[in-house]
Design a protein around this ligand. Structure first.
Ligand code: NZQ
Ligand code: ZN
Length: 389
């Protein structure tokens, strides 16, 4: 096991109706805020009214900025920064999913900075200060509610880039599983694919003697898979929604990274699928992750064998371990298909013509490779895309 430091300061407020107290929690940090949200789901399901009521009852001065798109765009971030500066707002409250929270995080680092906020995402500058950020989570998926990341798409060149730093972690997040009842089957499935991928990115490591975190990863994956079947039959099953929601935060708050090195190569490839075709992140991962697994399994064969046996309950073929490994990967792919997700690039209209562009964009500004556990160059990325064709 590697040495590690772990601190996750995000306060989690979890359960039925918890969001009614959001005003009180914001008040602990600021008497004003930018209320940031997405394309309107929170207005349809009544959440917006409850949040506004809670802010008003605590006399918090707020200005709202909706319209965050999935795969959040830099232009709206710039607009948010301008609004905060002009109105002297000191806090950003994100109500939505990963896209809204990531956009809020970007606004928060951009406000006190005199340069262009994209400099942080391109690696040209590092934030030193930021506004506080809190969230009311409406979709378990990206894990942004407690993660150290924010991922933004720059419309100029359509590059999608993460900004990873401890300072990015929100101060608090409200998580009411009932808020996820209105998610469509597809959005639920995208979230599940992202959650599983966050765990698998950490699980497939070459660091030895990490049994405790291996087993935490396996518990998280099995919980998500088992409860996904329940939710697919009954989208309003509170307990199943609650299990998935809590697992989604744990999957990406770095607890599962302690003592080990994760990979994240497939995440970086997926980000550029989303940037050229606007596919939902989880759907892109359902395509890329199994292809990545097939491409690298020989380098991490022991872990892939363990994955097949412990996560998918496959009886090990001792004479032909490769067969067990491939069965594990195929079961993952079939699970994504069961959820209604695409598992091939052709399902989302991406063909061989796009492969070079995806590989070049993935590697742009990254010294020629991605992936910490298995380093991938341009040819490797193209080979993975071919396996996903
Ligand atoms: O915009 P609205 O109308 O709210 O609709 C959203 C959106 O269309 C809808 N939705 C959310 N909650 C809902 C709901 N619809 C009905 N009922 C609800 N309760 O769902 C759609 C997707 O929302 P989005 O926020 O885009 O989803 P997600 O949480 O999957 O976030 C995806 C983004 O996060 C990034 C991804 O790359 C992508 O840009 N990621 C962020 C990470 C991080 N910050 O740590 C890590 C991840 O690996 C990921 O890269
Ligand atoms: Zn992800």
């Amino acid at each position: 096991m590697n040495n590690f430091e772990f601190l996750n300061p995000t306060k989690i407020i979890f359960g039925k109706d918890v969001e009614e107290h959001v005003g009180k929690e914001v008040k602990k940090h600021s008497s004003s805020c930018l209320l940031h949200y997405g394309g309107g789901s929170i207005k349809k399901n009544g959440l917006y009214d409850r949040i506004v009521h809670s802010l008003k009852s605590e006399k918090i001065r707020f200005i709202e900025l909706g319209g965050v798109q999935p795969n959040p765009r830099l232009s709206l971030v710039r607009e948010g920064i301008k609004i905060c500066r002009e109105n002297d707002l000191n806090f950003v409250l994100a109500v939505g999913g990963g896209s809204v929270i990531d956009s809020a995080k970007a606004i928060a680092v951009g406000v006190p900075y005199s340069g262009d906020v994209w400099n942080f995402y391109s690696g040209e500058a590092t934030p030193e200060k930021k506004l506080g950020v809190g969230s009311v989570l409406t979709i378990p998926a990206a894990g942004s509610e407690a993660s150290h990341s924010s991922v933004i798409t720059n419309e100029e060149g359509m590059l999608k880039r993460p900004l990873n730093m401890e300072m990015n972690r929100p101060s608090f997040t409200f998580m009411n599983p009932e808020l996820t009842f209105t998610l469509s089957k597809y959005q639920t499935a995208c979230g599940i694919a992202d959650i599983l991928s966050h765990v698998m990115e950490r699980y497939f490591t070459n660091i030895k003697n990490v049994d405790f975190t291996d087993r935490l990863c396996e518990a998280t994956m099995k919980t998500v898979i088992n409860n996904a079947y329940i939710v697919s039959k009954n989208p309003k099953d509170y307990n199943a929604r609650a299990e998935i929601m809590w697992a989604s935060t744990i999957a990406h708050n770095n607890l599962l990274s302690t003592g080990r090195i994760g990979d994240f190569g497939s995440h970086f490839i997926e980000h550029e699928l989303s940037s050229i075709n606007d596919v939902a992140h989880g759907a892109g991962l359902a395509i890329i992750f199994p292809a990545w697994a097939k491409y690298v399994q020989e380098k991490l064969s022991e872990k892939f064998l363990q994955f097949a046996v412990r996560v998918w309950n496959i009886d090990q073929n001792f004479e032909n371990p490769k067969e067990t490994i491939m069965e594990g990967i195929n079961r993952l792919e079939s699970f994504f298909t069961f959820l209604g997700l695409p598992t091939k690039l052709k399902h989302i209209g991406i063909g061989e013509d796009n492969f070079n562009e995806i590989a070049v964009k993935t590697l742009y500004g990254r010294n020629g490779s991605v992936g910490n556990v298995v380093s991938l160059g341009k040819d490797d990325i193209i080979n993975i895309l071919k396996l996903a064709e």
